[in-house]
Design a protein around this ligand. Structure first.
Ligand SMILES: [Zn+2]
Length: 290
């Protein structure tokens, strides 16, 4: 079984539902028969990530994330980074320092989770975001590999990366921020496949609406998670609700919306629950493949 639980479902500036970061868990038997999953992967870890993980460890079924009074970062085996905005990477410095200085394994070696993304994001993440805080340790310069086992993945390489040898996760490029033209600033989403059943799932990451690029993946997916912008800005860097309403009803109803602003539960959005799968909620385990 593969499950996905949002640490938070809010937009970058939301204050009610934490940043849109998610915990993917792979299970040989399932959460009803195991106290902890066999493999874990975070999708992004933004500025509210540490607080959100701390909150999640208090939710029934997520006790394994607890280490005394703190969240146990050693349980986070992999982190996939969609792009380098603060609501997606702002918690990684705490995760890295806790692994190195606070929560060492029994043998005394620090945990170095895998860091997965496209090479342009991994390079920017270190050079332009993390290096300012993590670039020095006592008496020496430090590098990304002191904290993470970085693994760059190419879009469309046909291999992606795997969980439990059964689930394959492939990157696709998203059209989020543009320097001059579409797709010229690196950001990614995930297409997840269960190779034993042939079923798939879609996770958009941050992106503008792009029917030509995402239509085939959304049409094929049993469960999808798509970011949404509830405002009506003319040239948004996210997919507007009125744009997502253009998907065929049978596709729409399989899409959980996330990355929404704090007015998501206003009466004017009440119809979303019938038009789509609904607004995804933090702390709920969604089953991608059983
Ligand atoms: Zn973004």
């Amino acid at each position: 079984m593969l499950t996905l639980t949002f640490l938070g479902t809010g937009s970058a500036f939301a204050k009610r539902n934490f940043n849109s970061n998610a915990l993917v868990e792979a299970w040989r038997d399932g959460p009803d028969r195991q106290s902890a999953p066999d493999a874990t992967l975070l999708i992004d870890f933004g500025v509210t990530g540490p607080l959100a993980l701390h909150a999640l460890m208090g939710v029934a079924g997520f006790e394994y994330l607890r280490c005394g009074a703190s969240a146990d970062y050693r349980r986070i085996e992999r982190v996939f980074v969609t792009h380098t905005h603060f609501d997606h990477v702002g918690g990684l410095e705490e995760l890295a320092f806790c692994n190195l200085h606070v929560q060492r394994d029994d043998g005394g070696e620090p945990r170095r989770p895998m860091l997965l993304s496209g090479a342009p994001v991994i390079e920017r993440l270190w050079e332009q975001s993390l290096r300012g805080g993590l670039g020095v340790l006592h008496g020496r310069a430090a590098c990304l590999e002191d904290y993470f086992e970085a693994a760059a993945i190419d879009v469309g390489d046909g291999r992606g990366f795997r969980l439990l040898d059964r689930y394959r996760l492939d990157l696709f490029a998203t059209d989020h921020i543009r320097l001059a033209e579409p797709y010229d600033w690196p950001s990614y989403g995930l297409c997840v496949r269960d190779e034993s059943s042939g079923r798939s799932s879609f996770y958009s990451g941050d992106t503008r609406h792009d029917p030509a690029a995402f239509g085939p993946m959304l049409a094929a997916a049993d469960v999808s998670f798509h970011e949404v912008q509830l405002g009506d800005e003319e040239d948004p860097v996210h997919a507007r609700l009125d744009q997502l309403r253009l998907w065929p009803p049978e596709v729409r109803r399989r899409i959980w919306l996330y990355h929404y602003s704090d007015d998501w539960d206003a009466p004017r959005f009440a119809s979303v629950a019938g038009e789509f799968a609904g607004f995804a909620r933090p702390g709920r385990r969604y089953v991608l493949f059983d």
